[in-house]
Design a protein around this ligand. Structure first.
Ligand SMILES: [Zn+2]
Length: 202
């Protein structure tokens, strides 16, 4: 079934991380699946990214020209992003080899793009009008390397998604409070009820 690429699926807060999160249950080999196994999802994801990541890319249209052809690069960028930033989230450092992988595949993704890229992306409409998905993911990942991101790339303890914590005091726990925060609350409530019932029957 085709997935609905809604706002929740972009709760990574940066295109690179939301793309990394298209591998579902990444840390559970028994349940893990890749939403990009079907190359047809790539243009649908890109169209949704155009909407949900409009502020990140100055409203550029993010596109996948040839899904079957572009899939390998998109997935290679995505996996390099996941390795680099998951390591950062866990250990607070970058593995040099993971950064090298991202730069190498990122160079492939950006090669051949004939566009002036703004140094600072704003919403002024000065950015390119179109960006291939793999290039946009690379630019997004590079923007996450800046100093202010230290301590702000996190892993959701419920779903293992990567996300940027943009909260003022960097205390956000969940990728999406409305989804994972509530699930965790429901689980806690269920456990408490179970304990109460058990104690009540003693
Ligand atoms: Zn989550």
């Amino acid at each position: 079934m085709a997935v609905e690429w809604n706002a929740h699926r972009f709760s990574g807060g940066a295109l690179a991380l939301s793309a990394a999160n298209t591998v579902v249950m990444r840390l559970d080999p028994g349940k893990m699946f890749d939403r990009f196994d079907d190359a047809g999802e790539l243009p649908r994801f890109a169209a949704a990214a155009t909407v949900h990541c409009a502020a990140e890319f100055d409203g550029a249209t993010i596109a996948v020209a040839d899904p079957a052809h572009d899939k390998a690069t998109v997935i290679a960028v995505r996996e390099a992003v996941d390795r680099l930033f998951r390591h950062q989230a866990r250990d607070g450092v970058h593995a040099a080899a993971a950064l090298a992988d991202l730069l190498a595949i990122g160079a492939t993704a950006l090669a051949g793009i004939d566009a002036d890229l703004p140094v600072v992306w704003t919403e002024s409409g000065n950015g390119p009008r179109d960006l291939p998905l793999s290039a946009a993911m690379t630019l997004s990942a590079l923007s996450l390397l800046r100093r202010e991101m230290a301590g702000r790339i996190k892993i959701c303890p419920n779903c293992a998604w990567l996300f940027v914590d943009k909260s003022r005091n960097a205390a956000r726990l969940w990728c999406d409070m409305a989804v994972c925060g509530n699930r965790a609350k429901a689980k806690r409530h269920y456990r408490r009820r179970k304990t109460e019932v058990r104690q009540g029957s003693d």
